[in-house]
Design a protein around this ligand. Structure first.
Ligand code: DAH
Length: 340
């Protein structure tokens, strides 16, 4: 009996030693030490052992069982340690490894210029107002004193949604919205997208951007307009920039003017960009707000007067960054955009 127990114990210890997987060690535990396990069944055969020998055999069995259990636990611990080491190896972060530099995005050049323009006018005391891109015919044309037969109203120039709604053709309707909702004094700018039925070429796009300015108060006159715009041009484009006001026609202003600015390339000397004239033409439209426009918005034109101006943000972005093709602003080619 004694030999039987020792042999079995040695056989089990050898098996434990040889085990290569953690799962198998659990199997061994069940196979030998479980309720129906081989080692347990020896205990049941104790009846064949003489009374005197029983305590000794019982003790041997217990010692052997304990030894087996100890070895099983040791082996399980070895497996756990190996597992942990492998996990640490897998999950270690190498902080010295070369990291790929992640390119974060940035603002589109048009939005950068739009923001610079807004910031400049805010510094002059203007507030920034937003307006919808889908406008009423009333705000886009009627209240702006636009004659019913004005060519810009034609289907060939304007994207109509129905007979009363359209995609705004300029930012001027935001003037109307502001005057309808706010009492003078008013000093606002509004920038955003505008739409016209234009064929795409180097300088035209059916969607483009404008910024609009409006000042309404008592005693506002043409010299206020000229002073504001001259300050803007000098601050925004350079102290040596000159301006030239040419009489023009806009339905919503009277008198109206177009503003030319010293050529951005030669600063007025004359070069091939300005055809030798020294001027960049038609950078801005402006004028004194037509009394009909003030009255249409419920503002007393005898008490109040105002000036307004509008300009293309695309054009300003193009002269500022010497871009010769408007398509570049809308193609979203990363090679172009990454330069800003
Ligand atoms: N709305 C005009 C356009 O789209 C630009 C403009 C001209 C706006 C004169 C004005 C202005 O406010 O006074 O061409």
């Amino acid at each position: 009996m004694k030999e039987l127990i020792i042999d079995l114990k040695n056989q089990i210890l050898q098996e434990i030693k040889d085990v290569k997987e953690k799962d198998k060690i659990e199997d061994i535990k069940v196979k030998y030490l479980g309720k129906k396990g081989k080692f347990t069944s020896i205990l049941r055969n104790m009846s064949s052992v003489s009374k005197e020998e029983r305590p000794k055999i019982g003790e041997l069995i217990n010692i052997s069982k304990n030894e087996i259990e100890e070895k099983i636990n040791e082996k399980i611990e070895i497996f756990n340690k190996i597992e942990l080491e492998e996990r640490i190896k897998r999950e270690t972060i190498d902080v010295t490894i070369n990291k790929k530099i992640v390119n974060i995005g940035h603002r589109h050049p048009l939005n950068q210029v739009k923001e610079e323009l807004e910031n400049f006018f805010v510094s002059m005391g203007f507030s920034v107002v937003d307006g919808p891109e889908i406008e009423t015919v009333e705000n886009n044309f009627n209240k702006l004193n636009s004659p019913l037969d004005h060519p810009s109203r034609e289907m060939s120039d304007t994207f109509y949604i129905d007979k009363d709604l359209l995609l705004r053709t300029h930012t001027s309707p935001v003037q109307i919205r502001t005057m309808m909702s706010t009492k003078p004094p008013i000093k606002m700018v509004s920038a955003g997208r505008t739409f016209r039925f234009d064929e795409v070429d180097d300088t035209h796009s059916p969607m483009f951007h404008q910024i609009e300015g409006l000042v309404v108060d008592e005693n506002i006159n043409m010299s206020n307009l000229i002073d504001t715009l001259n300050t803007f041009i000098k601050e925004f484009f350079g102290k040596d920039m000159k301006t030239r006001y040419r009489p023009h026609y806009f339905p919503f202003t009277e008198p109206s003017a177009e503003v030319d600015v010293s050529c951005f390339n030669c600063k007025g000397k004359g070069c091939n960009v300005c055809n030798g004239t020294g001027w960049s033409m038609e950078l801005l439209g402006c004028g004194m707000v037509h009394p009909n426009v003030l009255e249409a918005c419920g503002i007393d034109s005898k008490k109040y007067s105002g000036f307004a101006f509008g300009m293309g943000i695309d054009r300003i972005t193009m002269v500022k960054h010497k871009i010769n093709n408007i398509r570049l602003l809308y193609d979203n080619d990363k090679r172009f955009l990454e330069q800003f």
